[in-house]
Design a protein around this ligand. Structure first.
Ligand code: PEP
Length: 247
């Protein structure tokens, strides 16, 4: 795959003013990301603002979560239909913070994945192991089980050309990045498990990607881009990571 994709996961950060500032800076610096697919995932209240500010640009907008249901008496939930309606292209599903802090298991993540595709959204499926699982040598089993939940519910074709983020949980927000070799090994495993013929997934690495480590990760054969948390809140850092994805 030649064109890399860099996605910013803003988590629960921002205000109207900060969203405006950050997106104006990304637009002003867009030449640094030329040839790279770019998207940002702001919190729900700022999605429509982001879609408006990014209209006419190549920067896509995604949400960080969605409900399984389409509409109804589900207080506090936001459906994929609503996300599509306000102009989202992407939605993150199965982020480790949703899995660990909000008890989302792989079966629920698979239902969210299905709901997203049914609404025409592109799900970004996050998978990854805990530190104890890596140390126990079970990384591949853990990632395989997370993938299998989606394959079982949605079928093989659903993941063959999907957008999947490998995010080792021990590397998220910790400053401990996986080595390029560790990332490459798991990406190759994921590709081998879900690719079907000419259909192959786009594989993002996520976990403490910063301007100074991005190039080493992106140069790996099976790393097609990145899912960026903390560093996506700083326009200069995020653009520097996009720049690293160009080479
Ligand atoms: C993330 O939240 O998806 C993430 C990768 O965070 P960070 O880059 O801050 O580790």
């Amino acid at each position: 795959m030649s064109r890399k994709l860099v996605v910013g996961n803003w988590k629960m950060h921002g205000s109207r003013a900060q969203v405006g500032e950050l997106l104006e800076a990304l637009k002003a610096g867009s030449a640094r990301a030329q040839g790279v697919g770019v998207a940002v995932c702001p919190p729900f209240p700022y999605l429509a603002q982001a879609v408006g500010l990014l209209a006419g640009t190549d920067i896509g907008v995604g949400a960080q979560n969605l409900a399984v249901e389409t509409a109804g008496a589900y207080t506090g939930e936001v459906s994929g239909e609503m996300l599509a309606d306000v102009g989202c292209r992407y939605v993150i599903v199965g982020h480790s913070e949703r899995r660990t802090l909000y008890g989302e298991d792989s079966a629920l993540v698979a239902r969210k994945y299905k709901a997203a595709t049914e609404q025409g959204l592109v799900p970004i499926l996050c998978v990854g192991e805990q530190l104890s699982e890596r140390e126990a040598g079970t990384t591949e089993q853990v990632v395989a089980a997370q993938l299998d939940a989606v394959l079982d519910l949605c079928g093989e074709a659903a993941l063959a050309s999907a957008l999947i983020a490998y995010e080792p949980v021990w590397a998220i927000g910790t400053g401990k990045v996986a080595t390029p070799e560790q990332a490459q090994a798991v990406h190759a495993f994921i590709r081998g498990r879900v690719a079907r013929g000419a259909d192959t997934p786009t594989l993002l690495y996520g976990g403490s990607v910063k301007p100074d480590n991005a190039a080493g990760l992106f140069v790996q054969q099976d790393v097609d881009g990145g899912l960026i948390g903390g560093a996506s809140l700083d326009a200069d850092h995020f653009l520097a990571i996009c720049e690293a994805a160009r080479s």
